[in-house]
Ligand binder design. Structure first.
Ligand SMILES: Nc1ncnc2c1ncn2[C@@H]1O[C@H](COP(=O)(O)OP(=O)(O)OP(=O)(O)O)[C@@H](O)[C@H]1O
Length: 233
């Protein structure tokens, strides 16, 4: 029997309003993602990578089509219902780190747990474990402005995984990093994929990064092509 996909979208279409007309960014996309996959999303600038991630992560609603995540029909839920699922089951990693500047690293990472109603001490100790996992135990009391680009990105990854999500959507996670930091972020995501079974969908312009993922999803002219990565290592 075929596995039930972790995430599935059926005939997904997205239009945006631009001045007096509508632009169609995604055109009738159908896609299934199984647990444990690590998929790179590639395509030219403006092709719709972020748009796809936002729709699949329930941050925005499609104009047409259906999205199912762990059996939930995201397209039918209210904003509130989607945000509950996002907080519990999904993690997001952005290129621009979106760390809260008035809070230290530990508090930034603990924040999703605190928002989810977890007691402070428990949230803090879980955040501490995750920061050790991403190699930042010496920075738990640093503030975002005291971190390098690579360290900030590790904090973002730590914050994304603190809830133990089944799916992480990463938008240009290595966009502003040098090769060494980019490799190290890839190794970190790969470790989470291998040891914890976390599924990843990663929008990237970095083709070397993409070549190291299990599959590559190419967006062009509103359509997608998902292929097994022959050069997967
Ligand atoms: N909220 C919005 N309103 C109107 N148009 C939008 C909106 N968000 C994105 N777009 C347009 O949709 C298209 C796809 O944008 P998107 O950000 O998804 O592309 P992308 O592939 O992630 O680009 P990049 O690689 O440059 O980050 C672009 O033409 C963009 O201008």
């Amino acid at each position: 029997m075929a596995n039930i996909p972790l995430l599935q979208c059926i005939q997904l279409t997205k239009y945006y309003q631009r001045a007096n007309f509508l632009i169609k960014v995604l055109n009738c996309i159908t896609l299934s993602i199984q647990s444990n996959e690590m998929i790179a999303v590639v395509g030219a600038s403006g092709s719709g990578k972020s748009t796809l991630l936002h729709l699949l992560g329930g941050l925005d609603k499609p104009t047409e089509g259906e999205i199912f995540f762990e059996g939930h029909a995201l397209h039918k839920l209210t904003d509130n219902e989607r945000s509950v699922i996002r907080n519990k089951r999904l993690g997001f990693v952005y290129q621009f780190h979106h760390l809260l500047s008035d809070f230290d690293v530990l508090e930034n990472v603990a924040m999703p747990l605190l928002i989810g109603g977890i007691a402070f001490n428990q949230a803090k100790s879980r955040a501490q474990c995750v920061l050790e996992l991403v190699g930042l135990k010496n920075h738990i009391n640093s503030f975002p402005h005291e971190l390098s680009g690579g360290e900030s990105q590790r904090v973002t990854v730590a914050r994304a995984i603190v809830n133990n999500p089944s799916l992480i959507l990463a938008d240009e996670p290595t966009g502003n990093l040098d090769q060494k930091n980019s490799d190290s972020i890839f190794q970190l995501l790969k470790k989470l994929n291998t040891y914890y079974g976390t599924t990843f969908l990663i929008a990237t312009h970095d083709l070397d990064f993409a070549k190291k993922c299990h599959k590559i999803l190419m967006i062009s002219n509103g359509k997608i092509k998902l292929s097994q990565n022959d050069s997967f290592r």
